[in-house]
Write a new protein. Structure first.
Length: 264
């Protein structure tokens, strides 16, 4: 089956512009059973994209963040081709009026990611990647990222909330990098790293719909990543994954050594 990356970008961009932007700063929020935030915008954007994907590619199974966990697990286990959507990555930011959120869509085929799209509606930046075409921004190829920075010179994107307390405390006591940020959208974090807007990355636990597309775009742009256990990040399961990343091989090796990550 043929999947047109440009057509998919248009579906994601239109949904974000029409379902998310009009609701930004003007939407009530609720709470899911796990304590995370959900808004009307999450549901509207998911429904809109799901309907468009079904219309164009009816044989491809759909998995969205705002679906029951048992349905997600069943679809991920049994489908050979599956859309994996986060209709609003960065819901807390969105609900609080913080201008950093995105829509993330990945295609998983036979247990591997074959394409990914992450759209930032506020900056009108559409990041995308496929195995055939590599990574792009707004349809133009992204240059391969590489950096000659040392860890001491690097800007880090770190999510402290989901790290083990001992590791978080060690980083706070003795930060090995020059500067640190925490933005609040995993998918967009990976894309900013792909642009060199950060140099090293650390996240203790993100879900498949959070990281699938962004991590794929980052690696297609030449980035390096693994889990804190030294494994490949992507698995076609619902189990949350930790993430360690860097924009060059040398920086990745230095960051892993500081964190105590061993390759597997």
């Amino acid at each position: 089956m043929h999947y047109d990356l440009r057509a998919l970008e248009k579906i994601v961009i239109s949904a974000a512009r029409e379902e998310l932007l009009p609701r930004f700063t003007r939407v009530a929020r609720g709470q899911k059973t796990d304590g995370s935030i959900i808004t009307e915008a999450d549901l509207a954007c998911q429904q809109r994209i799901a309907e468009e994907l079904q219309r164009h590619w009816p044989q491809t199974v759909f998995l969205g963040e705002e679906m029951p966990a048992e349905v997600q697990a069943e679809r991920l286990k049994n489908a050979r081709s599956l859309w994996c959507l986060d209709p609003l990555d960065g819901t807390s930011n969105f609900a609080s009026g913080i201008p950093y959120y995105s829509v993330s869509l990945a295609l998983i085929q036979d247990g591997r990611i074959s394409l990914g799209i992450v759209y930032d509606p506020l900056r009108d930046e559409c990041f995308a990647a496929s195995q055939e075409r590599g990574a792009s921004l707004d349809g133009k190829p992204l240059p391969r990222i590489d950096s000659d920075l040392t860890l001491k010179q690097a800007t880090a994107i770190v999510d402290f909330k989901r790290l083990e307390p001992a590791l978080a405390a060690r980083i706070v006591r003795d930060p090995p990098y020059a500067s640190q940020r925490s933005f609040g959208s995993v998918a967009l974090d990976w894309c900013w790293l792909a642009m060199g807007r950060g140099h090293v990355y650390l996240h203790g636990r993100s879900n498949i719909w959070d990281y699938a597309a962004g991590h794929f775009i980052f690696t297609q742009a030449g980035g390096h990543a693994c889990t804190l256990e030294g494994e490949g990040i992507f698995i076609d399961e619902l189990s949350p994954r930790s993430s360690v990343g860097a924009t060059s091989a040398a920086l990745f090796a230095e960051w892993k050594q500081w964190l105590g990550v061993s390759a597997k």
